[in-house]
Structure formats: C-alpha cells, structure tokens
Write a protein that binds this ligand. Sequence first.
Ligand SMILES: O=C(O)CCC(=O)C(=O)O
Ligand SMILES: [Fe+2]
Length: 306
Amino acid sequence: MSKKTKAVGIPTIDLCMESSELAEKVVRACEEYGIFKVVNHGVPKKVISRLEDEGIHFFAKPISQKQQAGPPTPFGYGSRNIGSHGDMGHLDCAVREYIEAAREVACKILDVVAEGLRVPDKLMLSRLIRDAHSDSVLRLNHYPANWDPQASKSNSSIGFGEHSDPQILTILRSNDVSGLQICTHDGLWIPVPPDPNEFFVMVGDALQVFTNARFRSVRHRALTNTNSGKARLSIMYFGAPPLNSWITPLPIMLSHKHPLYKPFTWAQYKQAAYSLRLRDSRLDLFKAHPQPHPQHPITHLITASP
Ligand SMILES: O=C(O)CCC(=O)C(=O)O
Ligand SMILES: [Fe+2]
C-alpha cells in the first residue's frame, strides 16, 4: 500500500508490492508530486553507510585537498572524481557499489513507470541509463553543521537553490539531518523529512518530456543547516541517457495529444541548462508551440473607428 507521509503528503511506496498495483501507485505519485519515497528497495545498509563514511571523511579534509579531487565546474569537487587522493581505493569502491545499487533502483522504477504508462517496450527507459555511455552522475552535497547565515556573505538560508533536476530520474538519500524541501503543484514549499534508510525518487526534466508532461519534474531546494549540530550529507544519483540520445515524447503519450516539446538531444539540453541560471525553467526553450504574446482585444480597435 502507498501511504502518505503524514506531515508532508509525499507518498511512500513499497517496491515489493504486487506489480500492477505498484505501477499504478508509482505513476500516480509521479503525476501528483514528482517525488516519492521507496521502502523495501533491497539496497544493503552497508552499501549506503560505506559511501556515507567516505563522504564524511572526504569533506573533513582541508579545502586545498578537496579541490584537487575534481574540476570546479560544472559540479565542483563533490562530483564523480571525489577522493582521487588519500584513500582513493576505498572511495572508488564505495562509489562504484553505491552507483550500481542506485542504478538498479532507478531502473526498477523506470520499468515500473513504463508498465504503468503501457509503453510497448518496457525496458525502453531503463535501457538509457544502463547504456555504457549513459551520462549518469553521482553527487554528494555537504551542508556544514550550525551554519550561520548572517556570518556568510549571502546571508541566505538557502543552501542549494530552487530547481528541477534535468536528468530522467534522481535517487536521493540523506543522513538524518533535514533540509530538503519540494514545491507542490500549488506552489507550496514543504519539507521532506529525512529518512537515512530509504531513498527519495524525483522526476527529472527528461522524464517530463518522455511523458509529454503527464509527469512533471519536481522543483526542490535544500536549506542551509542552521539548527543541527551535525553536518547534513546528501547523496544524489542522477540517471541520465547518453549524450547523443534523443529526448522526445514517447509515441504512446501522443495518442490524444500533440507533442509539447521539440525533439532535442541530451547534449543539447545540458548545454542549455548550463547557459541558464539554476532556477530557470530550461524546458521552456524546447516547447513545441511557444505561446504568442497576449494581444489587445480587437474590440478596442473597433470602438476607436469613426
Ligand atoms: O542536497 C540536497 O538535498 C538536494 C541537492 C539537489 O537538489 C541536487 O544536487 O540536485
Ligand atoms: Fe536537485
């Protein structure tokens, strides 16, 4: 059964439930919220805790050392290359097993989505992120304990600004420190209570396009960590297709509808994303029928005539 997490309303979905019920629940959660929590995901606790421990160890290093771990753009040193110094062997191993586990969760969800949407080729979506050239990424974010917004230059309580994830699907996990918020369809920001043992699944922009906007990517942000004496560590697996893949509404989503988006490649989308600000809605650039600017009503012209 899918039950609502009381304080928030975000659905919790048991991945072990019977497949047609699961498909229905997942599709509904993707339509209504663009985010849900999965339980019974089958990922061993050890896989999660090993990467978490390595992440904590990494972020505790001096900045100069962390900066050596990866290019500062576009992802900064929290990205794929983390830990290229010191205990690289360990970290590589922890990263690899975590990525495999998160990819399996993402693929399972995408197969369930395909079933729920009656896509004839059930593996079509998961194949994109299983592809050897998949552009998927793992990111670890670290929010220091007892952050004082006033002491920081920005004086902002927003740690990671409002955005939707551009990829197909995000598998997010954090330790037990809160901070993540999502924006509902009514524009309300609500906190997502952390659950270190489970994963949150978020619909990304590419899945919005594949479903011709039947699913909408969830807008979310993370607050700075002002109230906790413990650092917040979040781990995101972003499931993405290969760079040359076409992102376009699936034929099954077009039986009674026009395509809302022009076809584009994942490489083109990424390029557009980097040219805009984080919060901008990049999908607007790829809309099939841009809305014309509102015109003045013609009656004004008529009343003005002699
Ligand atoms: O750190 C978090 O909880 C969210 C981060 C996020 O949204 C992202 O990295 O895309
Ligand atoms: Fe995000």
